[in-house]
Design a protein around this ligand. Structure first.
Ligand code: NAD
Length: 252
């Protein structure tokens, strides 16, 4: 690996949107750290990247484990001497139940991964970037559920709204250090997560597609392209944004 490559961490990089972004960043010449709790899948992604001529490595990480994100970043910095960017994307679906039926444990586990997991990553990443004095770019995965509420998804909606608040706070506080922090708000994206949720029921999926202005769900690479742009110098004056990538869902 050449010494001048950017080092970028991608959480949830073993699957779906994260894996597509790992591939896209590697094509752009970035050295990508694939951080996920699914280690075997992470190794498979790294192998594909290397076969395509790119460079990546695996970092086993459970973002819900206290202290784990900070430890992972310490390891990356000990090895590479820097962290230039991060895509905090690991996430899980929540229970599909009415608000009154939410079990406190389910609430806690969705918040632990989808909001606190992003917070601990952002905190450790910014600490490192401030110390480096070289700026940096961070992208967090929110959702259309961070902009509007989908029914029967209270915990997920709350966590994703929180990710946008966290993103804006970090952008405002660290803009003066040239650390940019943005969120992406994907709509319905063809990934294993969607396949387990709305995509598991063809009738539900057909209804969703019928309501989408663009009349189709998106491929994960369509999110990856936007994330790669936000992480790049081409987005040098973009910070604090929450960008819908939703085929027009939240525009209507
Ligand atoms: N697919 C969609 O339609 C859609 C829409 C909006 C937002 N999102 C968000 O996009 C992100 C990626 O989702 P996806 O659709 O690619 O799903 P996915 O299930 O394909 O990928 C999620 C990845 O996150 C990892 N992960 C989950 N919990 C983790 C943890 N505690 N620590 C480390 N890694 C963990 C999983 O192992 C998996 O590799 C999530 O934050 C999700 O909420 C997805």
């Amino acid at each position: 690996m050449s010494a001048d490559k950017k080092i970028v961490l991608v959480t949830g990089g073993a699957s779906g949107i994260g894996a597509a972004t790992v591939h896209r960043l590697a094509l752009d010449g970035v050295h990508v750290v694939v951080a996920d709790r699914q280690v075997e899948l992470s190794h498979a992604v790294v192998m594909e990247v290397e076969q395509a001529g790119g460079s990546a490595e695996v970092c086993e990480l459970d973002v819900a484990e206290p202290g784990a994100a900070a430890a992972a970043i310490q390891t990356i910095v000990a090895k590479h001497g820097r962290l230039n960017g991060a895509f905090n994307n690991a996430g899980i679906t929540g229970p599909t139940v009415k608000l009154l039926d939410i079990d406190p444990q389910q609430w806690a586990s969705v918040l632990a991964v989808n909001l606190t997991g992003v917070f601990t990553c952002v905190q450790a990443e910014i600490a490192q970037m401030v110390q480096q004095e070289s700026g940096g770019s961070i992208v967090n995965t929110a959702s259309i559920c961070g902009l509007v509420a989908l029914p029967h998804a209270t915990a997920y909606n709350a966590a994703k709204h929180g990710v946008i608040g966290l993103t804006k706070s970090a952008a405002v506080e660290y803009g003066s250090k040239n650390i940019r922090v943005n969120a992406v708000c994907p709509g319905f994206i063809d990934t294993p997560m969607l396949a387990k949720g709305a995509g598991a029921n063809q009738q539900v999926l057909d209804k969703v597609v019928g309501q989408l202005p663009m009349r189709r769900i998106a491929g994960a690479s369509e999110v990856a392209d936007v994330v790669a742009w936000l992480l790049s110098a081409q987005a040098s004056y973009v910070t604090g944004s929450a960008m819908p990538i939703d085929g027009g869902w939240t525009a209507q």
